[in-house]
Design a protein around this ligand. Structure first.
Ligand SMILES: Cc1cc2nc3c(=O)[nH]c(=O)nc-3n(C[C@H](O)[C@H](O)[C@H](O)COP(=O)(O)O)c2cc1C
Length: 205
């Protein structure tokens, strides 16, 4: 079992989303008996934004599928896509930033969602080219964005669903710890709740 663990918090291993995604990775590994985990820490090793050559290559109607063999952002894109292709499961740990994903995670998305490589354009629209695999998303947020007590917009979960479906990843499972800005008691309570939620989810699957 190969797991790709993507971490998008500026607080890195001190963050709540790291804690939550680590809980998920641990349970996946335990269930599989053995797991090789590749960590892609988007703050320890920041991914540059896409460059002009990348935009030019993707914008051309006649670009080649092997255009990632070039250097620059296309080369980085190729490396990140191969990492994603090699994984049996993907675990993303992310905070909510301004109602959506942090810009570091958006930069990763801009590199892996690539026309002619991870999706094709067909007469019926975009068609994903990656093998489907489970994507577990552990979210930490300062306020609440789901359920009846939600007090803010959520562009994070619908965005990830839409953009990852574009490349063929349809099996997304979201786990969220919310309202963490209320202080350490809520953080502790949310961690306790998530242990129960994940315990139940992984004993079933
Ligand atoms: C730039 C920035 C934007 C944020 N935007 C939101 C937001 O839109 N909604 C929210 O609930 N919390 C927001 N927060 C709070 C974080 O989601 C919250 O602190 C979360 O627990 C951080 O998770 P982490 O420990 O995994 O980094 C924001 C924090 C930062 C730094």
């Amino acid at each position: 079992m190969k797991i790709l663990h993507i971490s998008a918090s500026p607080k890195r291993d001190e963050s709540n989303s790291w804690w939550l995604s680590q809980q998920i990775v641990g349970r996946l590994a335990q269930r599989a008996g053995h797991a090789a985990v590749t960590v892609r820490d988007l703050y320890a090793d920041p991914i540059a934004h896409v460059d002009d050559a990348y935009a030019e290559a993707l914008g051309s109607p006649t670009g080649r599928a092997d255009e990632g063999a070039a250097g620059g952002a296309l080369g980085i894109s190729e490396q990140l896509i191969r990492e994603l292709e090699a994984a049996d499961s993907v675990v993303i740990g992310t905070p909510m930033h301004n109602y959506t994903v942090p810009s570091t995670l958006k930069a990763w998305i801009d590199h892996v969602v690539r026309v002619r490589r991870t999706f094709a354009i067909t007469p019926d629209g975009k068609a994903g080219l990656l093998r489907d695999k489970p994507v577990y998303v552990g979210i930490a947020s300062g306020g609440r964005f789901s359920g009846p007590t939600a007090r803010q917009a959520d562009f994070l979960t619908p965005y990830l669903k839409a953009v990852l479906a574009t490349i063929g990843l349809h099996d997304l499972r979201f786990y969220s710890m919310e309202g963490l800005a209320q202080g350490p008691d809520i953080v502790a309570a949310e961690r306790e709740r998530m242990e129960l939620v994940l315990g139940a989810a992984f004993s079933r699957a």
